[in-house]
Design a protein around this ligand. Structure first.
Ligand code: GDP
Length: 425
């Protein structure tokens, strides 16, 4: 049963790119299972800095087949540009396979998201404006266009005409924008189809066969558990489903295949955009974490909100995803604090909570119950083993395990592959 799911346990940006890159070494296939080019993985591998938005991080290894599964939405122009960039960096992208069932991001998705976000004013969600939400909405409304549709121009044209009839009316009559031209879209997408064709495959069948042969498959999520469409802080969430269950639905494989569920967890918490965030720091400590951790979005460059570690959120993620282990990232960022804080519970409306409150208004009002731990002054990014870490840093990791009820298998102390320390049981 050699499938492993790797996902974020917070609000995204947990350092999944680095963790997946480290874990990918022992894998044969790496599968991206949701989201679109709103995710950004920054990876440093063999001294090279690479930013990936759509292509699974497995692409860095010559022995790995990288797969984009059904539940991902694809902007073909972005995907092709990313493939070109990787090729220029000397990587072989011929092993990238895309499901024909993936939905396409169309020019009207981008156009509409831009105007609707503006229309929402102070209620705007702060989306990345890449057309991802509108593409998922059309998928659910069954007027989406899929990768496989571009290989039949007649079908593509028919579906486009149906979609454009409504989209152009909305763009022109509601938002006073120019309507989009169908012929232009057809010629652009047909040109891109030619380049995509060699990469399109029946990925669910391929994964099934790989698993039957005992090959190792890693299913890689984007964003994080607290941004899940159902289980996150709706509506301040992403438009797809990062939790572990969806890895299977999207890839088209069964639950009995999964052996490990690895939760990527940052040693503190960050969040981009609006929505509840109980441990947020509006003080010098928050700025310091943001600066040391370089907390600016890979895709958007936006400054992230920063706060202390939240064990309630991690316990919630452990429960929702059935985590078997934790990969704890960016512990090095916490070096130099006299004391480090962990949120071990919430207080809201005079009541104590040891889990995420079931009502969002309570979550908005939740005040952290803090536990203070001694900090460590030494930089730890050159540690080679877990035992090299100062005692307070090791104690911090052990406390994370206790509070989550899940073992930490690896601690990351820097962005490079080798700055990953296996944790003894
Ligand atoms: P992702 O979307 O979850 O991969 O998150 P990001 O792209 O925001 O990645 C986090 C950033 O932190 C990247 O720039 C990584 O190179 C970097 N990073 C990952 N792990 C560590 C770590 O343990 N320590 C430090 N200092 N940086 C890290």
């Amino acid at each position: 049963m050699p499938a492993a799911i790797v996902l974020g346990t917070q609000w995204g940006d947990e350092g999944k790119g680095k963790a997946v890159d480290y874990l990918a070494d022992g894998m044969d296939l790496v599968v991206r299972y949701q989201g679109g080019n709103n995710a950004g993985h920054t990876i440093i591998a063999e001294g090279r800095l690479l930013k990936l938005h759509l292509v699974p991080s497995g692409i860095l290894y010559p022995h790995i087949t990288s797969v984009i599964a059904d539940g991902v939405v694809i902007d073909p122009a972005v995907l092709l540009a990313e493939m070109d960039e990787l090729t220029q960096a000397g990587l072989d992208v011929s092993r990238l396979l895309i499901s024909g069932n993936c939905h396409l991001i169309m020019p009207y998705h981008l156009a509409l998201e831009k105007v609707t976000e503006r229309f929402l004013g102070k209620n705007a969600l702060g989306t990345t404006k890449r057309g991802i939400g509108p593409a998922y909405a059309d998928r659910a409304a069954r007027i989406g266009i899929r990768v496989q549709d571009v290989f039949d121009e007649k079908i593509f044209r028919e579906k486009l005409d149906v979609a454009l009839r409504e989209k152009n009316a909305v763009l022109a009559k509601v938002y006073h924008r120019l309507p989009l031209d169908a012929d232009k879209i057809v010629s652009e997408y047909m040109a891109m189809a030619e380049r995509l064709w060699p990469h399109v495959a029946d990925t669910s069948k391929l994964l099934h066969e790989a698993l039957e042969e005992g090959r190792n498959v890693m299913l890689e999520g984007a964003q994080g558990t607290m941004l899940d469409l159902d289980h996150g802080t709706y509506p301040f969430v992403t438009s797809s489903t990062p939790v572990a269950g969806y890895a299977l639905a999207s890839s088209g494989i069964g639950p009995q295949r999964v052996e490990r569920v690895i939760g990527i967890t940052k040693a503190y918490v960050t969040r981009v955009g609006a929505g509840p965030f109980p441990t947020e720091l509006a003080d010098h400590d928050g700025d310091r974490i943001g600066e040391r951790g370089q907390e600016f979005g890979t895709t958007t460059g936006r400054k992230r909100r920063c706060g202390w570690f939240d064990a309630v959120v991690l316990r919630y993620a452990a429960r929702l995803n059935g985590l078997s282990e934790i990969f704890l990232t960016k512990l090095d960022v916490l070096s130099g604090f006299e004391r480090v804080r962990m949120c071990v519970g919430y207080r809201a409306d005079g009541q104590d909570w040891d889990d995420v409150p079931p009502h969002q208004s309570l979550f908005h009002r939740a005040e952290p119950v803090w536990e203070d731990l001694p900090g460590w002054s030494d930089e730890i990014s050159d540690a080679h083993t877990f035992d090299d870490l100062p005692a307070p840093a090791r104690a911090y990791v052990r406390r994370v395990e206790e509070l989550a009820g899940v073992p930490v298998s690896v601690v990351s102390v820097g962005p490079a592959r080798e700055q990953s320390l296996p944790v003894p049981a």
